[in-house]
Ligand binder design. Sequence first.
Ligand SMILES: NC(=O)c1ccc[n+]([C@@H]2O[C@H](COP(=O)([O-])OP(=O)(O)OC[C@H]3O[C@@H](n4cnc5c(N)ncnc54)[C@H](OP(=O)(O)O)[C@@H]3O)[C@@H](O)[C@H]2O)c1
Length: 243
Amino acid sequence: MSTVLILGASSDIAMAIAKEFAANQYNVQLAARNVQRLTAAQSDIAIRYSNSCTLHEFDAVNYASHHAFFQSLPVKPDVTICVFGVMHNEDDSFTNWHLAQQMIDTNYTGAVSILNIIAAHYQQQQKGCIAGISSVAGERGRASKLIYGSSKAGFTAYLDGLRNYLFKSGVHVVTVKPGFVYTKMTEDLKLPGLLTATPALVAKTVFAAVQKKKNTVYVKWMWRWLMLIIKNIPEFQFKKMKI
Ligand SMILES: NC(=O)c1ccc[n+]([C@@H]2O[C@H](COP(=O)([O-])OP(=O)(O)OC[C@H]3O[C@@H](n4cnc5c(N)ncnc54)[C@H](OP(=O)(O)O)[C@@H]3O)[C@@H](O)[C@H]2O)c1
């Protein structure tokens, strides 16, 4: 039986991914900074799918702990999914460095710190798969996603580079770019139904992408085309727009 490690396991998207992999005969390792909140989910997965489901303390911004965290896992995962992320209000983050820094430290630096360690292990094993939940927000710098978007742009570039770096070692890396998803992160936003995915759809997309060794996946197909249009708007026009 294969094992999947989910980093940032308390999120709605992470929980849906855990259930999707468990339903497909994976043992599950849930890693989060507050594992007490995951005990109900742990029993649910263990009972419903008869798989092993273990809990592990993990803080994305405690970089110094990442090596020991990975070493402490009793079984090294075959697949790692990096889900954690932070999104603050952009106007507040523009004037409050603490908020901006938390997004950069978590979404980019934290992800690179832990994934470098796991990637080195996979490289040595000559196998393994990493999937990172980035965002369409990283595709073009925009006023409405100034810091969050730039942190996700960095994460997307890292995942794409890591795929290239590890290709000859037989290790695969998937870049996942959801558009809007109904979760805690977006509960205060008015989201357009047609463009918004459920965590369950994200989970199915991630699982299929890992199985089929896809490079980059969007969760709802229209985002690929929408972002293509956004990326091709000439800068002289784009800078006057409020998107
Ligand atoms: N929702 C969307 O529309 C959307 C769209 C595109 C991409 N995404 C991405 O999808 C991922 C999941 O987000 P979500 O929508 O499910 O939001 P969410 O429910 O707010 O989940 C964010 C998760 O990140 C965890 N986290 C934050 N800082 C952490 C840290 N220092 N160490 C460990 N875990 C940490 C949170 O843990 P705690 O429970 O401990 O706070 C929480 O589990 C994120 O990377 C997000 O950027 C979301």
